[in-house]
Ligand binder design. Structure first.
Ligand SMILES: N[C@@H](CCC(=O)N[C@@H](CS)C(=O)NCC(=O)O)C(=O)O
Length: 263
């Protein structure tokens, strides 16, 4: 099923350059002096300035009602980007078809395809790649300050590579699989608690994970929201995480992104 969504988030910058909301000429001019570290360490392909597309591409998001998919839709909503949603029927195995594997070779959701004005396409698969790509392309949701940027990337990757996989495996072993293996369930429960403790401690000293709202928050929120929904009292044990969860829930773009795809 295909539906069309229009990200309605207000871009953070008023003017735009290259058709990208929030990327102003001033932002672009400032970046070389600010010196984003990956431009120096990884070369000119990486980074906002030299690798940016000149015009905004058309965006198709392949997704399903899952936390990983919702990270991508929240991001697109926050950036105010127009996108088409293609909802995959996972139960029918649409994520394993040859057509979809062209976009996501691993056959997982989400994936996203950009089509540029000259008809070229570019795929992105995995929520982490999607979030980082658009943060780089727009210069939004990724702190410019080096220290805040380091915190942002640390929590962002914790969300992508620790919290997300632990939550997915916990769901697989405790809900999906008919055989309940206590050792596997305990292992992933322990990993999740470890993530929640780390997040709670961090959020006891900052409002958002990187100090300011960023892709680090988006990388973690849908899994915390799913856990809060399935276990109403869970967040009572993590008061700072609860405060952050409730705060993010008030963001209109987060609320809209959490409703994608329509059920
Ligand atoms: N590293 C990927 C993981 C994606 C992932 O595990 N997606 C799940 C849905 S939340 C999926 O596609 N499951 C179907 C399957 O594994 O066959 C990301 O961060 O997006």
């Amino acid at each position: 099923m295909v539906t069309v969504s229009q990200g309605q988030g207000k871009p953070i910058g008023a003017e735009s350059a290259g058709g990208w909301p929030g990327v102003t000429e001033m932002t672009l001019a400032k970046l070389p002096q600010v010196g984003r570290w990956w431009r120096h360490s990884l070369g000119p392909r990486c980074g906002v300035h030299q690798g940016i597309r000149e015009t905004r591409p058309m965006i198709t998001l392949y997704t399903f009602a899952t936390p990983n998919g919702r990270k991508a839709s929240i991001l697109l909503e926050e950036l105010g980007l127009a996108y088409t949603v293609h909802k995959l029927d996972v139960m029918a195995g649409e994520h394993r078809t040859a057509d979809y594997l062209k976009f996501s070779p691993i056959g997982k959701l989400p994936a996203l395809v950009e089509t540029t004005a000259d008809g070229k396409t570019c795929r992105l698969f995995g929520s982490g790649a999607i979030l980082l790509h658009y943060a780089e392309q727009t210069g939004q949701l990724l702190p410019i300050d080096v220290d805040a940027g380091a915190e942002c990337l640390s929590w962002f990757f914790m969300g992508i590579s620790d919290l997300g996989p632990a939550a997915v495996e916990m769901f697989r072993f405790s809900v999906r699989l008919p055989e309940k293996l206590p050792s596997a369930i305990d292992l992933f429960k322990g990993e999740l608690i470890r993530c929640y403790n780390a997040l709670d401690q961090r959020l006891s000293v900052v409002e958002y994970l990187a100090g300011e709202y960023s892709i680090a928050d988006i990388a973690c929120y849908p899994f915390i929201a799913a856990a809060a929904l399935s276990s109403g009292s869970l967040l009572d044990r993590f008061p700072n995480l609860k405060r952050w969860h409730d705060l993010l829930g008030t963001r209109p773009a987060v609320a809209r992104g959490m409703l994608v795809p329509e059920l």
